[in-house]
Design a protein around this ligand. Structure first.
Ligand code: CP
Length: 310
């Protein structure tokens, strides 16, 4: 007689995409991030005490990895930074076996960055420990998307009706992916600006291609994207010509309305997608985005480790 296998992943709360996150959950996460951004640190260290967060980054990261670690530690959790390059991955161990191992060791959440756009589609059927998408290929980067939304709401006190111009390498950007996939449900209007080879094959709802000058004149926020050189194949567009034809130069930034803000997920190619002098201009919120990333990731870690209660 065959024994029934336990159903895996049935009751686990993962955070793998903004596109399938209920609106109420998204708003609750934003509210919780607001609470964390305003709370004294000493009040929070019991929140995730005795929890262990394991980070597995199969692609490089500065902000996402460090801010998830900062977020975990502020909530009192322990953090394991799995060292891919010195692990049994190098002996051919599969991603599934690696994650099952970290699960067996007792991780309470797995924060994963991977080059495969669709990596979580299979894993959510296989892994019972909550997983957090810290960037998947060119598809979604939902914690970045959430911190971008948090920054917009912090600035304008609302999301509905805002006009966001996304400038540059949209096709290869998982940051743009998350923002575009959630725009319609939040009432955001997205203008996409850039050369043909950087534009996506299909435009989600509430997203349209717009002329550069028009987009800058009418937006509430311009979000410059990093040119993802490592994902380009046979692309004849030099950094200099991109900056000249499409970059946010000081001259073009004068087209922005007085209330408009400049965003960029970073890392930044200075003087390619954005003039270096604009990175810390008074209307830039680039470092504020990074600061907000900690509060947003605190909300995400609390959400997944408490079974979906933001
Ligand atoms: N914005 C972002 O994902 O930065 P990192 O690649 O440094 O994590």
């Amino acid at each position: 007689m065959s024994k029934l296998q336990p159903t895996r992943a049935l009751v686990t709360t993962h955070f793998t995409a903004l596109s399938d996150l209920p609106l109420a959950t998204l708003n609750a996460l934003l509210a919780r991030a607001r609470f964390f951004s305003q709370s004294p640190l000493q009040d929070l260290s019991q929140t995730l005490s005795h929890k262990v967060i394991t980070q597995l980054f199969f692609e490089p990261s500065t902000r996402t990895k460090s801010s998830f670690e900062m977020a975990a530690k502020r909530l009192g959790a322990q953090v394991i930074n799995f060292d891919v390059d010195n692990s049994s991955v190098k002996k051919g161990e599969t991603l599934y076996d690696t994650l099952r191992t970290m699960e067996a060791l007792g991780s309470d959440a797995l924060v994963i960055r991977h080059s495969d756009d669709r990596v979580f589609e299979t894993l959510v059927q296989q892994i019972r420990t909550p997983m957090v998408n810290a960037g998947a290929g060119k598809h979604e980067h939902p914690s970045q998307g959430l911190l971008d939304l948090f920054t917009l709401e912090q600035e304008f006190g609302k999301l509905r009706g805002l006009q966001v111009a996304i400038l540059g390498d949209v096709r290869h950007s998982r940051v743009a992916g998350s923002m575009m996939l959630v725009a319609a449900r939040l009432g955001l209007q997205i203008s996409l600006v850039g050369p043909e080879e950087f534009m996506p094959a299909a435009l989600p709802a509430n997203c349209e291609r717009v002329d550069l000058t028009e987009a800058l004149k009418t937006c509430d926020a311009v979000m410059c994207l990093r040119n993802q050189f490592e994902r380009h194949v046979d692309l004849a567009l030099s950094p200099e010509s991109f900056h000249r034809d499409w970059g946010l130069t000081a001259e073009r930034a004068k087209l922005l309305r007085p209330t408009a803000i400049i965003m960029h997920p970073a890392p930044i190619n200075r003087d390619v997608e954005i003039a270096s002098a604009l990175v810390e201009a008074p209307n830039s919120r680039i470092f504020q985005q990074m600061r907000n990333g900690v509060a947003v990731r605190m909300a995400i870690l609390e959400y997944v480790t408490r079974g979906g209660q933001p």
